[in-house]
Design a binder for this molecule. Structure first.
Ligand code: PMP
Length: 405
C-alpha cells in the first residue's frame, strides 16, 4: 500500500482538536501520575512541611503589613513594565538592599524567579555560545537554556571535572556554566568552589540559582555564594527567588553592574513583563530587613533540617543529608510515595511528594522543608507521623523517635 509522504500534514482529527488530551490523561492516570490542585486554607489546618516558607515569614505580621502598606501606597499592580511605569521606589530600594545584603554590586528584580533565570540565561548567551548545565538543574534553568538558542551541554550532577572537561573542549567560545546552589529535589548543595575554579580556568561565567540558599546558607542567610566566598566575584551571577525564605513573590538577578545594565536592555522577561507587584516588593524588602536584624534565623532552619534527617535516618529511612532546609526521603515507588504523602496528610502533616516526571532519576521521594519557626514539639509530631505512615519497615523507637541531644 502506498505510504503518505512524510512531509504531508497529518489529516485533521475527526471530532474535537483536543481529543488527544483524553488519551494523554488516560496514560497519565494509568501511570499514577495525575496532579490535582488543592486550595490551601487561610488558617493552616495541617502542620506544614511542604511549603518553601523556610523562615516562616509569609504570615509574619510585619511582612503582611508591609505588603498591605505597599499596595495602599503604590497600588495593587505595578501598572506596567519596569521600563515604562512599573518601577517604584520600593523596587529600587529592594534592588539596592538585596545586592548589599548578598554582597553583589547590583541587582535587578523580576516578577518571578523563573523569569529571572530566563533573563540571565537568554541575555548572557546566544546562538553559537555554550551553556554547561548540571543534570539536576531546575526546570526554569532548563527552559532558559532552550530559549537562549545556545548549545547546551548537560553534564552529570555536581561534577566540576565534567564542567572543566566540557568547557575545555570548546576553547575560545563564549561560555557559561549554570547550576542550582541547592538542588530543589534532594536538597544537596552544588560544589560551588570547584565549579568556579573550572569556569575561571576557561574564562567562562558562572551562573548560580540561589533560590534555596538565600535566607538559609551563608552568614545570616546571605546565601550560598556568600558562604563560598564568591559573592561579588566579577565573573559570577546569582539568580534568586523572593518566594521562599523571603516569604513573598518575585525573583532577582545579582551580579556586576555591567551585567545588570545589560539585562535592563536585553532581557526579554524584564523588558516585556509587567513589573513585580508593589505588595510583593514591599514584603520582600521587609523580610530582608527582618533577616538582617535576626541573623540566627538561617541557622535555625538548617538545624531543624539536620534534626529531621538524623531522626528519620536513625529510624531506618533513606534520606539525603541536607545541606540547606530541604530534606528528601526516599519512597519505594511513585504509588507508595503518593499514598505515604496522603497518609501524612490524613495524620495532620503536609509534605511534598516528588515523582516522575518531576524527578529525572525516576526515584520518588517525600520532600520535607524545615522551617526556622517549627517548635521542637512540631518536629516531634512530624517525625512521628512520617514514621507511623512509612511504607517501609522503620524502627519507631530510638534513635529515630527522640531528638539528638
Ligand atoms: N529556581 C529554583 C531552584 C526553584 O526551586 C524555583 C521555584 N520552585 C525557581 C527557580 C522559580 O522561582 P519562582 O517560583 O519565584 O518563579
Amino acid at each position: 500500500m502506498p505510504q503518505a509522504p512524510l512531509d504531508r500534514p497529518i489529516a485533521p482529527p475527526v471530532g474535537s482538536p483536543f481529543d488527544w488530551i483524553d488519551s494523554e490523561a488516560r496514560r497519565r492516570a494509568d501511570a499514577g501520575l495525575v496532579r490535582t490542585l488543592r486550595p490551601r486554607p487561610a488558617v493552616p489546618d495541617l502542620l506544614d512541611l511542604a511549603s518553601n516558607d523556610y523562615l516562616g515569614l509569609t504570615h509574619h505580621p510585619d511582612i503582611t503589613a508591609a505588603a498591605a502598606d505597599a499596595a495602599r501606597r503604590w497600588g495593587a499592580g505595578a501598572t506596567g513594565s519596569r521600563l515604562v511605569t512599573g518601577t517604584t521606589e520600593l523596587h529600587t530600594e529592594l534592588e539596592r538592599e538585596l545586592a548589599a545584603f548578598c554582597g553583589f554590586e547590583a541587582a535587578l528584580v523580576f516578577s518571578s524567579g523563573y523569569a529571572a533565570n530566563l533573563a540571565a540565561l537568554t541575555a548572557l548567551s546566544a546562538r553559537g555560545s555554550l551553556i554547561v548545565s548540571d543534570a539536576g538543574n531546575h526546570a526554569s534553568i532548563v527552559d532558559g537554556c532552550r530559549l537562549s538558542r545556545a548549545e547546551t551541554a548537560v553534564v552529570p550532577h555536581a561534577d566540576p571535572d565534567a564542567v572543566d572537561k566540557t568547557l575545555g573542549a570548546h576553547p575560545g567560545r563564549r561560555a557559561l556554566a549554570v547550576t542550582d546552589s541547592v538542588f530543589s529535589v534532594d536538597g544537596d548543595a552544588a560544589p560551588l568552589a570547584g565549579l568556579a575554579a573550572a569556569c575561571r580556568a576557561h574564562g567562562a561565567a558562572l551562573v548560580v540559582d540561589d533560590a534555596h540558599g538565600l535566607g538559609v546558607l551563608g552568614e545570616g542567610g546571605r546565601g550560598a555564594l556568600h558562604a563560598a566566598g564568591l559573592a561579588g566575584d566579577p565573573d559570577v551571577v546569582a539568580t534568586l527567588t523572593l518566594s521562599k525564605s523571603l516569604g513573598s513573590q518575585g525573583g532577582a538577578v545579582l551580579g556586576p553592574a555591567r551585567v545588570i545594565d545589560h539585562l535592563v536592555n536585553a532581557a526579554r522577561t524584564f523588558i516585556f513583563d509587567t513589573g513585580l507587584a508593589p505588595a510583593a516588593a514591599g514584603a520582600a524588602l521587609a523580610s530582608l530587613r527582618l533577616l538582617r536584624g535576626e541573623p540566627a534565623l538561617a541557622g535555625r532552619a538548617r538545624a531543624v533540617a539536620a534534626t529531621l534527617h538524623a531522626r528519620l535516618t536513625g529510624a531506618g529511612l533513606s534520606a539525603v543529608r541536607p545541606d540547606a532546609a530541604v530534606v528528601s526521603v526516599r519512597a519505594p515507588s511513585p504509588e507508595q510515595a503518593v499514598r505515604w504523602a496522603a497518609d501524612c496528610r490524613a495524620g495532620g502533616l503536609a509534605v511534598g511528594c516528588f515523582r516522575p516526571p518531576s524527578v529525572p532519576d525516576g526515584i520518588s521521594r517525600l520532600r520535607l522543608t524545615a522551617r526556622a519557626d517549627l517548635s521542637e514539639r512540631q518536629v516531634d509530631e512530624a517525625v512521628a507521623t512520617i514514621l507511623r505512615t512509612a511504607p517501609v519497615p522503620v524502627s519507631r523507637s530510638a534513635p529515630g523517635s527522640r531528638p539528638p541531644s
